[in-house]
Design a protein around this ligand. Structure first.
Ligand code: MN
Length: 208
């Protein structure tokens, strides 16, 4: 059974950056639906005992096109939202430190340059999708964007995502309407950099 990430805070705790109604609908409806549908489809494909990341990397083994597309969209939706919500926290937490900060400086030109570039990446995603901060298999950081519910696994980039920004309209439309830039600029205030760093360290320890 694939379990949805449970919010360790109240639905209004991300205000004013993300309003109560958006969190309720986004986590309580959209993410729930991706999770339920993914569970159903994974079972149908006989893949229910595998890790979601392994399933997304192995979509080519699913012959039925409709099932394959369903797994890609709903497995992606399940995983991407788990990562998204896990890296957000009321009021945010201290800027990146330690080894994560070193990599951001070295690979992405420092925190403010990374923030600027990832913001532009998020704004440049035409239509629905995601912006990503990921670790390559050399342990370096890269930023990217994907369409729909695609991610590093379904696209087989070989990278591991550690932070993401949802730029589907359902992530911001109730509060920000068409102003995606205002939402993306504001989200930096609620990032849990301790959680991102923890994830980064758990990824790179496998490489050393
Ligand atoms: Mn979403």
């Amino acid at each position: 059974m694939f379990m949805q990430y449970e919010l360790p805070f109240e639905v209004d705790a991300l205000e004013p950056v993300i309003d109560r109604e958006t969190v309720k609908v986004h986590h309580g409806k959209h993410h729930v639906t991706y999770t339920m549908t993914f569970n159903t489809l994974a079972e149908k494909a006989g893949m229910q005992d595998r890790d979601v990341t392994e399933i997304l990397k192995d979509l080519d083994s699913v012959d039925d096109e409709q099932l394959r597309t369903g797994l890609r969209n709903n497995g992606g939706g399940f995983f991407n939202h788990n990562l998204y919500f896990e890296m957000l926290t009321p009021g945010g937490k201290a800027l990146p430190g330690g080894k994560l900060a070193d990599r951001i400086n070295e690979d992405l030109g420092g925190f403010y340059k990374m923030k600027e570039d990832m913001t532009l990446m998020a704004l440049g995603q035409f239509g629905s999708g995601w912006a990503w901060l990921s670790v390559t298999h050399e342990g370096r950081l890269v930023i990217s964007k994907t369409l729909n519910q695609d991610n590093d696994y379904s696209l087989k980039t070989g990278n591991v995502p550690i932070f993401t920004i949802d730029v589907w309209e359902h992530a911001y439309y109730l509060k920000y309407k068409n102003l995606r830039a205002d939402y993306v600029n504001a989200i930096w205030d609620i990032v849990d950099w301790e959680a991102v760093e923890k994830r980064f360290l758990s990824v790179v320890k496998d490489y050393s």
